[in-house]
Design a protein around this ligand. Sequence first.
Ligand code: C2O
Ligand code: CU
Ligand code: CU
Length: 479
Amino acid sequence: GMPMHDSMPMNGMAAMHAPSSSPDALPPAGQPLATLPRLANRSTEAGTFSGVIDIAETRHALLPGAPTRLWSYNAGPLGPLIELNAGDRVAITLNNRLPEETTVHWHGLPVDPRVDGHPRDAIAPGGSFRAGFTLPDNLSGTFWYHPHPHGLTARQVAMSLAGPVIIRHRNDPFAGLPESLLVISDQRFDRDNQVAAHTPADWMDGREGEVVLVNGQYRPRLDVAPNETRRLRVLNACAARYLLLSLPGATLTRVGTDGGALARPETGLSQLLLTPGERTELLVTFPARVGQSLQLVSLPYARGKMMQPEQTAALPLMTVAVADRAPAAAFSLPAQLATIVPLGRPDIRRRVVLSERPMDHRMAGGGMMAMMKNMFLIDGRTYDMNRVDLSGKVGQIEEWEVVNDSHMDHPFHLHGGQFQLIARNGKPQPPSWRDTVNLAPRASLTLRVRFDTPGERLYHCHILEHEDLGMMGTLAVHA
Ligand code: C2O
Ligand code: CU
Ligand code: CU
């Protein structure tokens, strides 16, 4: 067990951090970036998508030596890309062949809560579930699906259950550009090449695997044409690792957030923070000289004042090499990408506070996990599946002020679709559609949202360990 002191202050946590050991062997680097397989559409009807996902244990030769047992969507390591069009009628059959219950949550999509993978709707081992939903006509962007069973989400995602969704729209300003989807995940292996078990420090800070993967590959290589402008869709599928993306030698232009295109591009970015669960769409123009190469890296980021960054130097994620190809034609960036109609005056205002209870030996009686179960709070409480924390009404505009009253960063996520980020720390923000936004310690954000379907929606910290420990609440939306 872990040594307990009389009243362990929050800043004792850094001391509890076991130094992250680098694995003895690493997967091979520098392989051409793989494209994830697409989920096959079994429907021949226009505007309809019907697919089947088997959720099962599989073995993968990730490291030299013994194969790694993973849990996979359609054999994995990552789930297939589900590529849809705005307005599609979708039905995905989920077959649970795992030895335990699971659910599949459609992160960022405005689906009916009854098919959104709520922990109450667990699919038993051997069971199946058909998730049917219709996409809005005006929705496009990069989304994802992952498990959401009660208390088991972090472990199941660590076992590799996660997959991307792309929704395309006929008014896509970048339809003609080359495009890469980068699903970034991380992994930690034990001595037998298996997915390492969570440690107490993992539960506290969130688990960061030392081996960071792009599309399931270790430091792959992407070949581009000279002078090429490419769209990169990036999904942070890590449980807790913050990505401070940077591409030294090129600047980043952000053109989209979780819920699709920004109204106006943000140009000249030297770095961009992408927290767990978040997606971004970037445009990058690569150099003109054949043979030149760049590194997509993640820069060190301290998740709160008391925490040491997990890394002290830039962490390479992927190499981009300018290949000997016909140079790309110059690309001109439109000034206006999309129209984001602002959600107007709110009908309801709420204030939601994220906090932590300081560790105290008096609570340690029930053991470490019991104590940690009461550590990460929303509005002073731990998640209870049978409790409604907030009530709302279909069609009403809600304004939430979300405040972080804790010592570390938490990415705040709300189920059931996209919200508009209105302000950060009181400062108005350019219009964007989001479903996951970081909150630094003492930070606040203001968001506006409207739900069109009744039912229960969850809101939680997207550090999956915090979610499992109960940093989550229920909003009941009434008809
Ligand atoms: Cu991606 Cu409730 O989460
Ligand atoms: Cu979600
Ligand atoms: Cu958190």
